[in-house]
Design a protein around this ligand. Structure first.
Ligand SMILES: Cc1cc2nc3c(=O)[nH]c(=O)nc-3n(C[C@H](O)[C@H](O)[C@H](O)COP(=O)(O)OP(=O)(O)OC[C@H]3O[C@@H](n4cnc5c(N)ncnc54)[C@H](O)[C@@H]3O)c2cc1C
Length: 442
């Protein structure tokens, strides 16, 4: 189908957080004609609350789960203040009295060992921070601490605890330490302290409400395959998988960096070298979740999170109200389990859980789910990180328009702010929509 004659001022490609915030901004200009093309049969992108697998009373966020950097300057703050159910939301604190740490054999680790490990970790962490300021040529975080780490003469339990602490970084960045840039290490969070707001009704539910409240014009099931800015009439032509053709003055591309790396959209003319280099240089990580629901709660229901020194399954969030244990996996483990049968992974997880609770009668899970974002054609991974050699300039190149009419937003294109998060995506979408509006006015 060709929408001949119909010319949009702006077309936004992708209806994740960045596309949504751009659309909200564009909607402020009543005369402006725009639409959002979304490949999936739902909005939200990597923010999705599953309410079918475990039922509507046990919503589970398969992607983003916490509003990071929650403070009044956060662009999501005002929507959260207005949202229903906000009174049940809570700040997530990882280390607290309700977070036991278990060793691989199931023994509870003493506070003394924990504080020994913390001291060692803090020294190594300081080294990373120093090198982020001092290095002239970039190195990986792993390479910066390797020699000191290799020389550690500490007992094996304390060493596993130190590894667990580094596991937090790998979990948060969605990549292994040997891939993370030491020089840009401090850039991704903009020096902000973490305030994580957990949304028990689900982050996806919250994002969907924002879209509903604004009645944004979104066309679902519209997989964009080609963006052509070579037409002599200065209009951009956008082709979908179903052979629909859309024409617009400006296009805002918000698809994930993983999709850009896999060249899932053909650009005509080809993307300039500086843009392609930035796409190739920036890192795009992998993270996963294993969610298990049990017929009854066999763990201490006061636990909020269980930490374990197992190199594979380290972070277990507890939701006793719905009998759910929710395991977060790092890039290495996620990649590995993504390539094998789910039941094999569940069997491995259950061996560990039974070790952690030797005195409990641990049942088999009644339901489970393992995310596979890395195999999802409209995500191709989790979120971006600074790979060795990538820096704020890389982000600026990812965000910079090309061929005059192709603009860019997404969690990977938020320079001077946070990276990889929903608020990063929101900020970048809003910023680019404003720039396009200025361009249209000029
Ligand atoms: C496991 C996991 C945990 C996370 N945890 C958190 C967290 O706790 N807090 C947090 O802040 N962030 C978290 N994130 C990151 C967060 O989800 C992303 O930063 C955010 O969703 C990025 O928004 P975006 O708009 O840039 O991209 P997306 O959300 O991916 O939106 C892009 C949209 O483009 C669409 N699209 C792709 N290709 C095409 C095409 N060819 N045509 C049309 N449309 C297309 C996609 O379907 C998608 O809807 C997590 C992500 C994952 C995967």
């Amino acid at each position: 189908m060709t929408l001949e004659g119909e010319i949009f001022d702006v077309i936004v490609v992708g209806c994740g957080p960045s596309g949504i915030s751009a659309a909200i901004e564009l909607q402020k200009i009543p005369s402006l004609k725009f639409t959002v093309l979304e490949a999936r049969d739902r909005i939200g992108g990597r923010v999705f609350t599953d309410i079918t697998t475990f039922g509507p009373n046990a919503p589970v966020d398969l992607g983003a789960q916490w509003i990071h950097h929650y403070r009044s300057e956060n662009s999501l703050h005002k929507y959260h203040q207005l949202s229903e159910g906000r009174n049940s939301d809570y700040h997530f604190i990882l280390r607290s009295s309700t977070t036991p740490i278990f060793d691989i054999d199931g023994t509870r680790i003493s506070e003394e060992k924990i504080s020994q490990a913390e001291k060692i970790y803090n020294q190594l962490y300081k080294k990373i921070i120093e090198s982020s300021r001092l290095l002239s040529v970039d190195k990986s975080v792993h390479d910066v601490i390797k020699s000191e780490y290799d020389q550690l003469t500490i007992d094996s339990q304390v060493k596993r605890l130190v590894d667990l602490s580094f596991g937090f970084i790998e979990q948060y960045e969605a990549e292994n330490l040997d891939q993370l840039s030491a020089k840009s290490f401090l850039t991704s969070d903009d020096g902000l302290e973490e305030f994580n707001l957990a949304l028990p009704n689900g982050f996806g539910t919250f994002i969907q409400q924002i879209v509903r409240d604004h009645q944004l014009p979104v066309r679902l099931n519209s997989v964009v395959t080609r963006i052509d800015a070579s037409s002599p009439d200065s209009l951009v032509q956008i082709r979908t998988k179903d052979n629909e053709l859309f024409r617009c003055k400006y296009v805002l591309v918000t698809i994930p960096l993983g999709c850009l790396k896999h060249r899932s959209i053909e650009f005509v003319p080809e993307l300039p070298e500086w843009k392609q280099n930035a796409i190739d240089t920036m890192g795009y990580g992998i993270a996963g979740k294993i969610v298990l629901q049990f017929p009854y709660v066999f763990w201490d229901s006061s636990y909020t999170t269980i930490l374990c020194t197992s190199p594979r399954f380290r972070f277990i969030l507890c939701r006793p109200d719905v009998g759910i244990l929710h395991i977060k996996t790092t890039a290495r483990v996620t990649t590995e389990i993504g390539n094998k049968a789910d039941q094999e992974t569940i069997d491995e997880v259950m061996i560990l859980i039974r070790k952690l609770f030797p005195d409990a009668n641990v049942p088999e899970p009644s339901r489970y789910l393992i995310t596979k974002w890395e195999h999802d054609p409209f995500a191709m991974g989790a979120y971006s990180y600074f790979a060795v050699g990538a820096d704020n300039q890389t982000l600026m190149s990812l965000a910079r328009e090309c061929h005059e009419r192709i603009y860019w937003a997404g969690e990977h294109a938020n320079y001077n702010g946070t990276l990889g998060c929903v608020d990063s995506a929101f900020d970048s979408g809003q910023r680019e929509a404003k720039r396009i509006v200025d361009k249209l006015k000029s």
